[in-house]
Each structure stands twice: as C-alpha cells, then as structure tokens.
Design a binder for this molecule. Sequence first.
Ligand SMILES: Cc1cc2nc3c(=O)[nH]c(=O)nc-3n(C[C@H](O)[C@H](O)[C@H](O)COP(=O)(O)OP(=O)(O)OC[C@H]3O[C@@H](n4cnc5c(N)ncnc54)[C@H](O)[C@@H]3O)c2cc1C
Length: 380
Amino acid sequence: MSMGRIAVVGAGLAGLRTVERLRRLGHAGPVTLVGAEEHPPYDRPPLSKAVLASPEAARPPLREEDYAALDVDLRLGTHATGVDGHRLLLSSGEVEFDRLVVATGVRPRRPAVFDGWSGVHVLRDWADCVGLRTALAAGRSLVVVGAGVLGCEVAATARGLGLDVSVVERLAHPLPLGPAVGAHLAALHRANGVTLRCGAEVTGLKGDGRVAGVELADGTVLPADVVVVAVGSTPNTEWLSGSDVPVDDGVLCDRTGRTARPDVWAAGDVARMPHPWRAGTVRFEHWTGAVDTAGLVAANLLADEPKPLAAVPYFWTDQYGLRLQAIGLPDPADEFEVVQGAVEDGKFLAHYRRDGVLTGAAAMGMPGPLAKTRRLIGTG
Ligand SMILES: Cc1cc2nc3c(=O)[nH]c(=O)nc-3n(C[C@H](O)[C@H](O)[C@H](O)COP(=O)(O)OP(=O)(O)OC[C@H]3O[C@@H](n4cnc5c(N)ncnc54)[C@H](O)[C@@H]3O)c2cc1C
C-alpha cells in the first residue's frame, strides 16, 4: 500500500532508521529527509566516550552504505520551520507531503546562570563534541554540572584524559536508578578520583568572563577551566508552533506514534506517548528507544492497522570500562531487590517493583540475565 510522499524531519538516528525501514518494507514513493546539521546522520553515544577521548576520532556514521541506495531526497543543513497543511516549510524552500514524521530530537538545557561565560559547554552534537574535546585537551580542571548518564560519562572520560574532575548533582545520588545503584556509581567515581558533590546547587560562576570556578550554594568554589552543563534536555518542537501538531514537552502521540493529526507521526527522543505501565505519558532519550519508535512508525505508516509500541525500554551507559544497563521503567522510589550478585561488587542484577509488579531491572556485568529479564517483562 502506498502512502504517497513521506517527509521525515530530523536526520538523526530516528529519522534515518525510519527512512531505512520504510524502504525495507517496500515503500516505493518519494521520501524526503530534512536535517538541520550539515552532516549525514551520525551516532551520538561515542561522543561522550571514545570519540570525546580521542582528538583524531572521526564522526561515527550511522550508515555505511551509499545514501543513493535509499533513494531519499536528503536535505542537509536545512531547518524545518513550520507546517502549513501538507506543506513542510524549510529554511530554503518547502516540500509537499502526504505523511510527515517528526524526529527532531532534543537539545541540552542551559540554565541562565551559565549564559555569557566562555569555557562552558553542553554536549549533544558533533560541533559540541569537537569544542569540548579541544577544551579538555587544553584544560586542567573540569566541573560537570549534573550526574545523570551524560554527566557521569563525561566525567569518566575526562578522568581518563587526566583532568581534575568535580561533579555537582542536586539530588542525593548520581543516575535515576535509586539509592543503591546511585551509591555504587558515586563510589566508582570517587575511587577514580572524582570530587562528587551530591545535594549541591550551583549558584554562579567565578572568573573574568572566562570561567575559573563554579560556586555552590554553601559557598564552596570548585576550580574549573572547563564546565560541562548536563542537566537535561528540551525537545526541538518550536518549529511546530502555530501548526495543528500537538506539543507538550515533546510531540504528543498515541502508542502507535501517531499524533492527533492522523498524517503526522513522531519518533525518537522528541516523541511523547502513553505507556501501559505509567500514568500520563513518557518520553525516552535512549538510543534503543529511537530505533524502536522509528521502526514502529515506519511499519505503522504502511499498515492498515497501526500497532502500539511493544518494545521494553532499554539503555546502557559506559563508565571507567564498565557497562551499566537498565530496562523497563524503573523509578528511584520503586522497591529494589538484588536478585543476582552484589551491587558493591559491581556485578549484579536487580529488580524494581511497584505494588508487587516488576517495573524494570538494572545490571552491571550481567548482560545475559538482564536480557532474560527483558524478555520476561516483554511477555508480561
Ligand atoms: C553524547 C551522547 C551520548 C549518548 N549515549 C547514550 C548511551 O550510552 N546509551 C543510550 O541508550 N543513549 C545514549 N544517548 C542517547 C541517544 O543517542 C539518543 O537517544 C538518540 O540519538 C536519539 O535519536 P533522535 O533521532 O531522536 O535524535 P537526534 O539524534 O538528536 O536527531 C535529531 C536531529 O534532528 C535535527 N533537527 C532538530 N530540529 C530540526 C529542524 N527544525 N529541522 C531539521 N532538523 C532538525 C537535529 O539537528 C538532529 O540532528 C546519547 C546521546 C548523546 C548526545
């Protein structure tokens, strides 16, 4: 069945995988892929790990094969600026579509306290990565603000490069996986020489326009010639304002990826959808979630009966040569039970439960048992 002209906005992981899946499933109609960045789609996870650590490392491509084989009208360096009926408005020109997929991802939040300072970085795209690794190569002391996955990875990479590293976190522990896993991660960072300040708030920066230190609410000043702000993200949806595509901290869609406007769909970090295990809606910012939602949307675009997302959420993080993996929708407030190994040994599988129901799992050094749990959760 042909769905006519399909336009995909956002030439990142979700956008590219949507196009690839459409072609694999036999869609023969015109496909346009619009990307604000100048580069063909590349992989982001290495930008906080191996690629950040190596000045020579190139952008990791997401597709090795020729784009010609995809038969896609690839518009790079082009911003989508609006939707008017079936016209996608671009920074240069416009594209007519029958179906539109929004895959514009997110961008880092940057609180006003960091405005106007040089030496302050965020990390999302290739330009950010090149800027940060140049700064790390010349820097001596790094302060990372935010001990989520990204902040912890940058801290670990910078320690590997020999910088003095401090991490400031507002919450009691790093990572949103509860106190036990958080305490283990905290111990891991401290054992690797990081000064970790949890329950701490940044109140200002010190320096003469170029950052020299980060001031905390208790008056401490942490020395820094490089600062990385990793305090969450904002979905890239402003370009949809004034259109009839519903937006609220992401593009609102149902569990099939379709928005209230039946010809507009969303995939990847920007997509916000209901989930059977949670009240309200969820939006994932994980590599696998982007691939899963892209595959779902591509299949549903071509299907008579769209199907809901069935994949169990998954993410991983690599720090100090160790891999922590998590599945499902674990909440720090859930009951936590170690079912294999011991957290303090850095080799464990733990289950999260709410009202007796398994909500997720986390593991270190136990990929097999975690995969088994993922299948268990997936089958209810
Ligand atoms: C440094 C880093 C490390 C990560 N590490 C991990 C990890 O270890 N494990 C894990 O599970 N996940 C990780 N992730 C998350 C994972 O990479 C993302 O979930 C994934 O890239 C999301 O894909 P996406 O296509 O939704 O968004 P993106 O990859 O961000 O792509 C969106 C694209 O849309 C473009 N765009 C935005 N607005 C417009 C517009 N108006 N017009 C045209 N184009 C537009 C953007 O420029 C961007 O290129 C990491 C992310 C980063 C940044």
